[in-house]
Each structure stands twice: as C-alpha cells, then as structure tokens.
Design a protein around this ligand. Structure first.
Ligand SMILES: [Mg+2]
Length: 275
C-alpha cells in the first residue's frame, strides 16, 4: 500500500512550507535514475518490445528521442506511456546503493522528499514503488509533470519546475541526474542551491535543451543523416559546471558530500538530531 504522500498535482507548489515536524533539514531527491533504475529498465523493455539492442550507453541525452532507437518525440511519448503500463515499470529495481544510501541519510537526521519530472498520472505506481523500496523514508513526492507540460505546452497553465518547488519547500540541497535540472537549481535559486549531479551516465554529461516545440525537435535518425557522433562534441566539462554542482559516480560518494553540506546547514540550524 502507498504511504500517505502529498496530494499535490503536477507542478503545484504547496501553499506553504510543509509542516515542520522538527528542525530537521530537508533534502530533495530525484526519483528516476537516482533511486529507481529507470533507464536501464526501459532499455530492456524497449529491446523486448521492439527487438532493439539498446543499452544504457545509448542514452546520450536526457530526452529519449535524441538517442538511438526511439523515433520522433510523439513516438517516444507513446512508448513511454506503454512502458508506464507495464510490469517492467512496476518491478524496476532500485539504483545500486540507493536503499543503503537513503538509510544513511535518514540516520543523519534528514527529512527526505522526492521531486520528480513525472506527472501525477503516475502517482499510484510511483507511491507504490517508493513504499515498497523505501518504506517510511520519504515524506512527500512532488510531481512537476514536465512531459505533460511539454506535450501540451501551447495551452497549458504554467507550472512550477524543480527550482520553484525546491525553493518553496526549503530544501537545502538536491540530488538529480539531469544536468539541466542541476544547473537550473544551482543558478536560479538564491542562494545558489548545492546540487549533487548523480551517476556515471552519458546523458548527464550533456545539456538537453528544448528550444522548440516537441514536434520541431530533431530526432537522432534525422541528425544522423547529416552528422556523425555529434554527441561527443556536446560534452560539458566538469570545470564548466556551476560552483555548487558536484558530480558523483554513485551512492557511495553521495553520503560523505551530504554529510559536509549538512554540517554547514547545521551551523545555522540548532538542535539537528538523529532520527
Ligand atoms: Mg532522473
């Protein structure tokens, strides 16, 4: 059964900061490919469904249609919708080390929330997965509905992205595998938010901007017709990252960094107690 998570809709900002159960600092964590091994799972699902040889190494960019095998944005969203209906999605495993890492963060006295780009249409499956793998660890789940917003961007009411939600809930740091989310949260918020850019992933070494409507996006196949291996030119060097963004390979590297950040937060907040 799902726990009693926040009933907020896509991109909703809570009307006020969640009730403080204590003075414990609040840490925001992304779900897909930080806690749940989503891309590895969807690659396996895609191979079974479409007879491809997709691996995690083919995810050059955060947006799937920029990568091999996916097709147009419309075809990609249709596939992702089908994946969300599948047992593969419901049974996706955690990222290596995530369960132990979250347990360590809880022992450090942190309150943990998930801030995900998923839409609230995936609320039930998301809550069930979190309740199964991280029972009692996550205080709330915020859905930005990024893909819903992109899909209907011509008439949708503007919704809050991750920076606005994180600002409003007062998280002191974010763990996320998206380079664009990391940079926006580290530069748009004041003071600049500490962000842990998570994972040894191809897609978080490159920006994946959406400068046109979805239908105007250039697909991998289209670009392949005129260029070769352009993704190698798009790599962002670590020294070009904002100063508050730290790249880590895995959960073993997360915990020590959060411990240092927490000590800085704790110097401003009295009485941080282990849970
Ligand atoms: Mg993610």
């Amino acid at each position: 059964m799902a726990a009693d998570f926040s009933p907020l809709e896509d991109g909703d900002i809570p009307p006020s900061q969640p009730p403080l159960k204590s003075k414990q600092p609040l840490l925001a964590i992304d779900l897909d490919d930080v806690l749940m091994a989503t891309n590895e799972t969807i690659a396996q699902w895609h191979n079974v469904s479409f007879g491809t040889d997709m691996t995690l190494g083919h995810f050059y960019y955060y947006h799937y249609w920029k990568n091999p095998y996916w097709g147009t944005p419309h075809e990609t969203l249709t596939k992702v919708h089908a994946f969300y209906q599948s047992d593969a999605f419901r049974n996706a495993p955690p990222v290596d080390g995530a369960i132990a890492g979250v347990a360590e963060l809880r022992k450090m006295g942190l309150r943990l929330v998930i801030v995900t780009a998923r839409g609230s249409t995936q609320r039930q499956e998301t809550e069930e997965w979190v309740s199964k793998h991280l029972p009692g660890c996550i205080e709330a789940i915020y859905f930005t509905g990024e893909y819903v917003r992109e899909r209907f961007s011509t008439n949708a009411t503007p919704r809050a992205g991750k920076p606005a939600i994180i600002r409003d809930i007062g998280a002191f740091a974010l763990i996320d595998d998206s380079l664009d989310n990391a940079v926006s949260c580290a530069t748009e918020l004041q003071p600049h938010l500490p962000v842990i850019l998570f994972g040894s992933y191809q897609w978080n070494r490159r920006h994946s901007p959406l400068t046109r409507s979805l239908e105007g996006q250039v697909t991998y196949a289209e670009r392949s017709a005129t260029e070769s291996e352009w993704w190698k030119r798009d790599v962002v060097d670590d020294d070009a990252l904002p100063p508050t963004v730290r790249r880590v390979a895995d959960w073993k590297q997360v915990v020590p960094i959060i411990r240092v950040l927490l000590s800085e937060v704790s110097s401003h907040v009295n009485d941080v107690e282990p849970i």
